[in-house]
Design a protein around this ligand. Structure first.
Ligand code: HSE
Length: 299
């Protein structure tokens, strides 16, 4: 018997919700296949789509770390073989490590008889994030596991809240062909924040969540602003200002960095505007001489 699970890419932070908010998009994503084997313990037997860059060692691979954390808690010692099929770029800001971790824990859980609920799997998947960037942030794994918009209400204890998504909310994502490691993008963050800036940021986060509950697209748009982290991190993303301006001119509600970048997302009302925003962002980047791909998805 084998179990195959696909887990979706995610947009973390969503401008004003650093480490606290994220949402899932329908593609791209990663696939993990697991099966029982005669040799005891968990083994990663194949990884594709990573150009040979990811480790096969369970203790070094984010999907392996997450799955092993789950197995350790159950005491399961039987043999499991895992294949990881990467279908999204590494270091893209789209939650690549999270998608593998989530697919791994969902697949292994099902293979051994589903001892955990889907929500309970979250804490194992966050262990993969700790391995990937040193911090067990849950704003990618939460939405990848649960779908839609997810708020990390608390890290200690871990508590997540699934938020409503207005029917016409679409997302355009552009992935410029540069790579930024989350660990590096976290190292450039300022550690001290002015009280006035904090007030603006948490007011926007409240406004964004109120906008989701009320289906108020204009409120969502006004709240999609990151005055604390975007000014620093955007310097690492070639063409960021041009992409943002292009998305807003195409009618996007708001635009910011996806996770730790370099991907950039725009929230839009309806598919038509989302496609126009994606085209406009890609056009702006092409003019700057950079390759990219775009993804347009309902949320
Ligand atoms: N919240 C994390 C960060 C997301 O911004 O570092 C990384 O994808």
């Amino acid at each position: 018997m084998s179990v195959s699970v696909f887990a979706a890419a995610t947009v973390a932070n969503v401008a004003c919700g650093f480490d606290a908010l994220g949402f899932a998009i329908h593609e791209p994503g990663d696939e993990v296949i697991v099966r029982k084997s005669a040799q005891s313990g968990l083994r990663i037997v194949a990884i594709t789509g990573d150009e040979g860059r990811l480790p096969l060692s369970v203790t070094k691979n984010t999907a392996g770390v997450s799955a092993q954390a789950l197995l350790d808690e159950t005491g399961y010692t039987g043999g499991i073989e895992m294949e990881i099929h990467k279908k999204m770029p590494l270091g893209s800001g789209l939650g690549s490590s999270s998608a593998s971790s989530v697919a791994a824990v969902v697949a292994v859980n099902e293979l051994i008889g589903s001892p955990f609920t889907r929500a309970e799997l979250l804490r194992f998947a966050t262990e993969g994030e700790r391995a990937a960037c040193g911090v067990p942030h849950a704003d990618n794994v939460g939405p990848s596991l649960l779908g839609g918009f997810v708020l990390i209400r608390s890290y200690n204890p871990l508590e997540v809240v699934q938020l409503p998504v207005p029917d016409e909310l679409w997302c355009s994502v552009i992935h410029p062909h540069v790579e930024i490691l989350t660990e590096d993008a976290r190292n450039v963050l300022r550690r001290r924040i002015r009280l006035e800036d904090a007030v603006v940021q948490w007011s926007n986060l409240g406004g964004l969540i109120a906008g989701l509950y009320q289906g108020d697209y204009q409120l969502i748009g006004r709240s999609l602003s990151d005055i604390i982290f975007e000014p620093t991190r955007s310097l690492l993303i070639p063409g960021f200002d041009m992409m943002k301006q292009a998305a807003m001119q195409a009618g996007a509600l708001g635009c910011s960095i996806s996770g730790s970048g370099p991907s950039v997302f725009a929230l839009c009302r309806g598919e038509e505007i989302a496609r126009a925003a994606a085209d406009a962002m890609q056009h702006a980047l092409t003019k700057a001489g950079l390759g990219s791909e775009t993804y347009v998805s309902a949320i």
